[in-house]
Design a protein around this ligand. Structure first.
Ligand SMILES: NC(=O)c1ccc[n+]([C@@H]2O[C@H](COP(=O)([O-])OP(=O)(O)OC[C@H]3O[C@@H](n4cnc5c(N)ncnc54)[C@H](OP(=O)(O)O)[C@@H]3O)[C@@H](O)[C@H]2O)c1
Length: 241
């Protein structure tokens, strides 16, 4: 359990849900993890072989993110591994999409993700790793989630470009793309929607946050040292068969 031993890791959106599971898994594997959340009780705790430091940051606020990464640089000197999980998914069909919905969704899922990755890779040594949390929604056309799906398609596209741009520094950039996963985001869906989703998943169940964290750990670790620019679906086969 020490695949990230000695690494400094940041998880943007690292409390609760998928990001929380990633932060805990990274720490369990020996990393010194900095996790952001708007709701965080700031604190530093030992977790498994590593440490988990929670910092109160609004991931949609690019200036706050910049200040956070500067604080990590002062404290830890570098970021070896970045995971970006903060994201929102709100329902709106084309006729109902307003500018606020668009700006809020792109502002967090795309704009903030871009500037977090820019800030982290500015202090990332050669050989580092970036894992972006996308979604299978980026490649399918789920009714009512057009803006959300477009943000995740943008994440997929960024990963390709950044993988190419950062390859000379041996920094790998990959996407983990969950299907429906049991988190607060999914709890907002009705029982009917949840039941319908299950019938669309070949493996017959919703994803668990630990399923996604395991894939993120793989992509972040040396075991994926020849994988970059890729998207790893964690969806029970939903968008694969
Ligand atoms: N659950 C799924 O079925 C599913 C499927 C595919 C992809 N994903 C992706 O997985 C990622 C994590 O989602 P989750 O399911 O773990 O959801 P979640 O438990 O609701 O977590 C949402 C995350 O986004 C942050 N966030 C939400 N609204 C925000 C806002 N207005 N401003 C700043 N930060 C905000 C939260 O940060 P705070 O701690 O600050 O609240 C938290 O880190 C997202 O990128 C999502 O698109 C989820």
């Amino acid at each position: 359990m020490s695949r990230l031993s000695g690494k400094i890791a940041v998880v943007v959106g690292g409390q609760g849900g998928i990001g929380g599971a990633i932060a805990e898994r990274f720490a369990a594997e020996g990393a010194a993890v900095y996790a952001t959340s708007r709701r965080a009780e700031e604190g530093d705790v030992g977790h498994g072989a590593g440490t988990l430091r929670t910092r109160r940051v609004d991931a949609s606020d690019v200036a706050a993110l910049a200040a956070f990464f500067e604080a990590v640089r002062r404290e830890a000197g570098r970021v070896d591994v970045l995971a970006v999980s903060a994201g929102i998914a709100e329902f709106a069909t084309l006729d109902a999409i307003g500018e606020d919905h668009f700006d809020r969704t792109f502002g967090l899922n795309v704009r903030a993700l871009l500037f977090a990755t820019k800030a982290a890779t500015a202090i990332m040594p050669d050989g580092g790793s970036v894992v972006l949390v996308g979604s299978i929604a980026g490649g399918i056309g789920t009714k009512g989630y057009g803006v959300y799906g477009a943000t995740k398609a943008a994440v997929r596209s960024f990963a390709r470009t950044w993988a190419n741009e950062l390859a000379p520094r041996n920094i790998r950039v990959n996407v983990v793309a969950p299907g429906p996963t049991d988190t607060a985001m999914m709890a907002a869906a009705s029982d009917e929607v949840r039941q319908t989703l299950k019938t669309l998943i070949p493996l017959g169940r919703m994803g668990r946050v630990d399923d996604v964290a395991a894939a993120a750990l793989f992509l972040a670790s040396e075991e994926a040292s020849f994988i970059t620019g890729a998207e790893l679906p964690v969806d029970g086969g939903m968008a694969q068969v």
